[in-house]
Write a protein that binds this ligand. Structure first.
Ligand SMILES: Cc1cc2nc3c(=O)[nH]c(=O)nc-3n(C[C@H](O)[C@H](O)[C@H](O)COP(=O)(O)OP(=O)(O)OC[C@H]3O[C@@H](n4cnc5c(N)ncnc54)[C@H](O)[C@@H]3O)c2cc1C
Length: 306
């Protein structure tokens, strides 16, 4: 279950008691506040709090540029200028705090982004729920033959059914054993001490769900989204990043549009790649052999310039 009835009631209560404020408010973000956006089979993201809006970025930038910003005619132009020139600190003036429910193996990738504040559900203190990520059949794919870090064709027929069954039964058995070890009642009904929660959890598989609060500023969130909403990211973390992108687009539409244009839609070209591009624009036929680039670089370059 992505969201419990108790959590839903809390969300309704919080949304039902708006308070007047003098703080900057983003109307797009107000519509998201507290609401859960479902991801995968049991996961979600929801906005717990936020600070700032597009105007906060512009306001901070004008402190550094002052009268110098006059040549930039409007807020959109200034935000695009900041993004284009990697002037990142004004984006750090906006913050977001998310409640995320996600499988542990996704959390392991997510936590590598060190520039956020995290507080995770304690499986030393609490008992984890019987909730495991079981991929949709369309996501059960074979190892990619061209990308060591990716998947290829979707599994079919009996193999797909067998894999799904293994995933489900292993998870169920591990959880049954988790409960049996925690229990103060033995298999024969006799009292037993029950293993500590901090130890009983260690046989649980990585597809069990965890939850955390994750707070990050907009600059570092963009960095996270650039890497994790990218086609190279694993599907299971990418769907979270995609959902966050939709929220950010509503929160800071100008900044998100600049991010989409310069970071998601743009590419970094090396010095060698730029030299090739100039030769090609002059009409020269350039090949990988005459480019000075490795096969991998050339492949990526050709993919970028079409
Ligand atoms: C497609 C993909 C595949 C990956 N594969 C692997 C893998 O196989 N194995 C693996 O271990 N990881 C892997 N990673 C994780 C990756 O190496 C990074 O750890 C992760 O993306 C976080 O990036 P980051 O360090 O830039 O982010 P953050 O931790 O948010 O840091 C943001 C920026 O702050 C700066 N910074 C933060 N902390 C420090 C510090 N202590 N010292 C110096 N600068 C710092 C850096 O400039 C950094 O770019 C993969 C990531 C992706 C997207």
């Amino acid at each position: 279950m992505p969201i419990t009835p108790e959590q839903q009631a809390e969300i309704e209560a919080a949304r039902g008691a708006p308070q007047p404020t003098l703080r900057a408010v983003s109307p797009g973000m107000e519509a998201h506040l507290y609401r859960a956006h479902e991801v995968l089979d049991h996961g979600f993201i929801r906005v717990i709090d936020y600070m700032g809006d597009d105007a906060a970025i512009v306001q901070a930038a004008r402190v550094s540029y002052g009268a110098g910003t006059k040549h930039v005619s409007n807020d959109e132009g200034l935000i695009r200028y900041l993004m284009r020139h990697w002037h990142s600190t004004p984006f750090e003036m906006c913050e977001i705090k998310l409640h995320v429910k996600l499988p542990v193996f996704v959390a392991r990738q997510w936590i590598r982004h060190r520039t956020a504040n995290v507080n995770e559900y304690s499986a030393r203190y609490s008992i984890l729920d019987r909730e495991f990520y079981i991929p949709h059949p369309s996501q059960l794919a074979a190892q990619s033959t061209v990308n060591n870090q990716g998947r290829g064709a979707v599994l079919e027929g009996e193999e797909a059914a067998r894999v799904l069954e293994i995933l489900k039964s292993d998870a169920g058995r591990a959880y049954d054993n988790y409960e049996a070890m925690l229990s103060q009642e033995g298999p024969d009904g006799a009292p037993q001490q029950g293993l500590a929660r901090e130890l009983a959890r260690m046989n649980l598989p990585m597809n069990i769900y965890t939850q955390w609060y994750w707070k990050v500023d907009l600059h570092n969130l963009f960095h996270f989204l650039r890497l994790r909403a990218d086609a190279h990211a694993q599907y299971e973390i990418r769907v979270y990043a995609d959902e966050i992108c939709k929220v950010v687009a509503d929160w800071v539409p100008l900044a998100f549009a600049a991010f989409e244009d310069y970071r998601m839609g743009g590419v970094n070209l090396s010095g060698k790649a730029m030299a090739c591009l100039r030769r090609m624009l002059k009409g020269e036929t350039v090949t990988q052999e005459s480019s000075g680039m490795s096969k991998g670089e050339w492949r990526e370059f050709m993919a970028a310039v079409g």
